[in-house]
Design a protein around this ligand. Structure first.
Ligand SMILES: Cc1cc2nc3c(=O)[nH]c(=O)nc-3n(C[C@H](O)[C@H](O)[C@H](O)COP(=O)(O)O)c2cc1C
Length: 366
């Protein structure tokens, strides 16, 4: 099948991409004390030089004492960390790439395996990371207000440093998703409620603040997932109507692109059609969307963490959906982590040179 559509340019507000391939955000934990190093800049600029259309950074955390559970995850605040990010975007632009940071607050977390702890307890809508697992404290309304401001400051810094867009991490069971989820949001104030729409208030306020800080023309991406690390089959929205009620207010608040995280992009979101999450999000809101999940690989990423290897696989089904207009952009995670040249090899039809993915690829930044 022809990959022509994958290599068409894409333009939306501040984004001018040479093709439709996005490097998915991937935590690497190679930023000691939260400061991205020259090796981190080299890792991203290598992908930019090898034709990745848009690079989304690994999750990088906002200015809250307990926004991270790992001292090697990059910060997106403070002079040294922002100077590190400045180097990253300079090198990516020098390699003719485009990039946005993925702005993150982890919420209630498990302690890091190293025993490292932040200087304050983890914080979330409640003290729960998932049903039955408590490790921290429920945020006050003042904490929530300060956290919303910290998301806004990070987005403003992304724009000031010269990034091309910003992505807000609202997926995978972290802080914003903990607000969405009824199992972790048992609040009785305005940030809680029986419906998903009521529990979306925190996310909506984050997006509005981010929009206020970056202005109308800067592209805002919101990453969402139905699944959580603790429950792969969970769905916030069980029907298209529920999905519309979830996504439309987020679109109205300022989201330009929904990044719809699935473990396998080809899985239908609802029974009535073969559309995936990104397909439904585009159809329901009219916004641009990014799909993701096992593109070009035989196995999915959470199994990969448990040691399962993945072999290269055909892009035909992906292309069928892209050609049909289901989504605008395609994010690729592990294939690009393991092989900086993945995009070039796809473009030049060098499929016999594709590498697949093994867990060893996580050990170093190549
Ligand atoms: C090592 C690794 C780290 C990841 N870290 C993040 C992250 O920081 N933020 C995020 O939203 N997703 C993260 N993910 C999920 C990826 O962005 C992507 O959705 C997932 O790997 C599926 O894409 P793939 O099948 O092409 O690998 C991570 C995945 C991997 C493999």
């Amino acid at each position: 099948m022809s990959t022509t559509k994958l290599f068409e340019p894409f333009q939306l507000k501040s984004l001018n991409l040479k093709n439709r391939i996005v490097m998915a955000p991937m935590t690497r934990s190679f930023s000691p004390n939260g400061v991205p190093t020259d090796a981190v800049a080299a890792y991203y600029s290598k992908r930019a030089a090898s034709d990745v259309g848009l690079i989304l950074s690994e999750g990088t955390v906002i200015d809250r004492v307990s926004s991270s559970n790992d001292p090697n995850i990059p910060h997106f605040y403070g002079e040294s960390a922002l100077a590190g990010w400045q180097q990253v975007i300079k090198s990516v632009h020098a390699a003719r790439g485009s990039m946005g940071p993925q702005i993150w607050h982890m919420g209630i977390m498990e302690n890091h395996h190293s025993g490292w702890l932040p200087a304050a307890p983890f914080e979330g809508p409640s003290d729960l990371a998932r049903p039955g697992f408590s490790n921290g404290r429920a945020m006050s309304e003042k904490d929530i207000e300060n956290t919303i401001r910290a998301f806004g400051r990070a987005a403003a810094d992304a724009k000031r440093l010269g990034f091309d867009c910003v992505e807000i991490h609202g997926a995978h069971g972290y802080l914003i998703d903990q607000f969405f989820w009824e199992a972790t949001n048992n609040r009785t104030d305005i940030y809680g409620g029986k419906t998903l729409s009521e529990r979306s208030r925190f996310a909506i306020e984050v997006i509005k603040e981010v929009r206020k800080q970056v202005g109308e023309h800067f592209t805002i991406i919101l990453r969402l997932s139905q699944w959580k690390g603790s429950d792969y089959s969970y769905k916030h929205a069980k029907t298209p109507a529920e999905m519309e009620a979830w996504l439309q207010p987020l679109a109205d608040a300022g989201v330009d692109i929904f990044h719809c995280s699935q473990r396998r992009f080809w899985e239908a979101e609802f029974e009535e059609s073969d559309l995936n999450f990104a397909g439904w999000a585009k159809k329901l809101t009219g916004k641009a969307t990014i799909t993701v999940g096992s593109v070009g690989l035989s196995g999915e990423f959470l199994a990969a963490f448990r040691g399962e290897s993945s072999n290269p696989s055909s892009l035909d089904e992906l292309i069928r959906r892209l050609d049909r207009g289901d989504f605008d952009l395609v994010a690729v995670g592990r294939a690009l982590l393991a092989d900086p040249l993945w995009v070039t090899k796809i473009r030049d039809n060098r499929s016999d040179e594709l590498k697949g993915f093994t867990r060893e690829a996580l050990v170093e930044l190549i």
